[in-house]
Design a protein around this ligand. Structure first.
Ligand code: SAM
Ligand code: SF4
Length: 327
């Protein structure tokens, strides 16, 4: 097999980069109300350092990059980083995951810099509920961000909804209707225990249950989308221009087809979202390691990528806050 792969023969072509641990929201499923202890400026990789690592990874076969966080748009000058990564020939897919609050401000610049598409996290269409879930956000800002991203051509804009029992699961149908009425692409995500919580405290609504609740809208036709290589399975409802996607990290894990690595804001290569295994790249980078030396470290680390997470064994990592790992 050519390119990067792990010891389970999974081809690895996707790197998610957390560009900051900071965030302008405090979503209930992601952060404690008081936020998290923040990394110091010096701990965080500079844009030049990130680009050096992307070049090394691209030489190994990474073709897909997603920028995430924390909230990536709170880091100053993000379009500059986008431009530098877009200039790397081997990178054929460059995307961003954002809460959308600042997206209206940046959408055109991001597109101009070479960003291809965005995913926007949005869990409710009700302003008051949005304030409760995010603990401080204004729904209208995220909606303006979605609109601006569509206008700028950062498409397909995918809406990520974390479905939580008793909190927003009464809006499943409303979100699905948006795929019919407004051509939205909506992805329903199972609520994961990401900060060491007990699974019994998780507000899990299984994808099987979500599909059942969509039955009144008609049959879900499987749909193949050409952009992205993530874990979602896509479908179309009758009469819809948009799609519904389902992501099942809890009830049907997709580790066997995992193609990704993660880079934390402080330069650790994270091998699995829900496990603690990390390899430091910042220290070698700052000590002057050559691209070849960085490639060797990445190759060796990738070989040690764990087979999968351990949610089924009720083993949840209690390490870093999720917002530092990049979701
Ligand atoms: N701030 C950006 C955002 O919210 O889109 C990017 C970082 S956020 C950590 C990345 C993704 O992780 C978001 O789509 C968010 O909904 C998802 N996420 C966070 N906590 C989660 C949880 N407990 N279960 C499922 N998804 C979660
Ligand atoms: Fe911030 Fe995204 Fe986490 Fe919400 S999910 S607190 S927006 S990092």
């Amino acid at each position: 097999m050519t390119g990067l792969s792990d010891s389970f023969q999974r081809p690895i072509n996707y790197l998610r980069i957390s560009v900051t641990d900071r965030c302008n929201l405090r979503c209930v499923y992601c952060m404690p109300p008081e936020g998290i202890a923040l990394m110091s400026h010096n701990d965080i990789l500079s844009y030049e350092e990130i680009v050096t690592l992307v070049k090394a990874a691209a030489e190994l076969g990474i073709t897909h990059i997603r920028l995430t966080g924390g909230e990536p748009l709170v880091r100053a000058g993000l379009p500059e980083l986008v431009r530098m990564i877009a200039d790397i020939d081997a990178i054929t897919d460059l995307s961003l995951t954002t809460n959308g609050i600042l997206l209206a401000q940046y959408a055109a610049d991001l597109k101009d810099a070479g960003l291809m598409r965005v995913n926007v996290s949005l869990d409710t269409l009700k302003p008051e509920r949005f304030r409760q879930i995010t603990r401080c956000g204004e729904l209208k800002n995220t909606l303006k961000g979605v609109e601006a991203a569509n206008e700028a051509g950062l498409t397909p804009v995918k809406i990520n909804m974390v479905v939580m029992a008793g909190i927003n699961d009464d809006e499943i149908i409303d979100f699905a209707r948006k795929t019919i009425d407004d051509g939205w692409h909506v992805r329903f995500i199972e609520h994961m225990p990401v900060n060491g919580e007990d699974i019994n405290t998780i507000k899990l609504v299984s994808v099987a249950d979500i599909k059942k609740r969509l039955e009144p809208l008609g049959n879900l036709e499987p749909f193949k989308i050409d952009k992205g290589s993530g874990p979602a399975r896509y479908y179309r409802l009758p009469g819809a221009r948009g799609t519904v996607g389902f992501i099942t990290p809890v009830t049907e894990h997709f580790c066997y087809r995992c193609n990704r690595l993660r880079l934390t804001a402080d330069g650790k290569l994270r091998l699995c979202l829900l496990r603690e295994d990390e390899i430091d790249l910042r220290e070698p980078l700052r000590s002057g390691a050559s691209i070849q030396e960085l490639k060797d470290i990445i190759t060796k680390a990738t070989a040690a990528k764990p087979r999968g997470h351990l949610l089924a064994e009720r083993n949840f990592h209690k390490g870093r806050p999720f917002s530092q790992v990049g979701g």
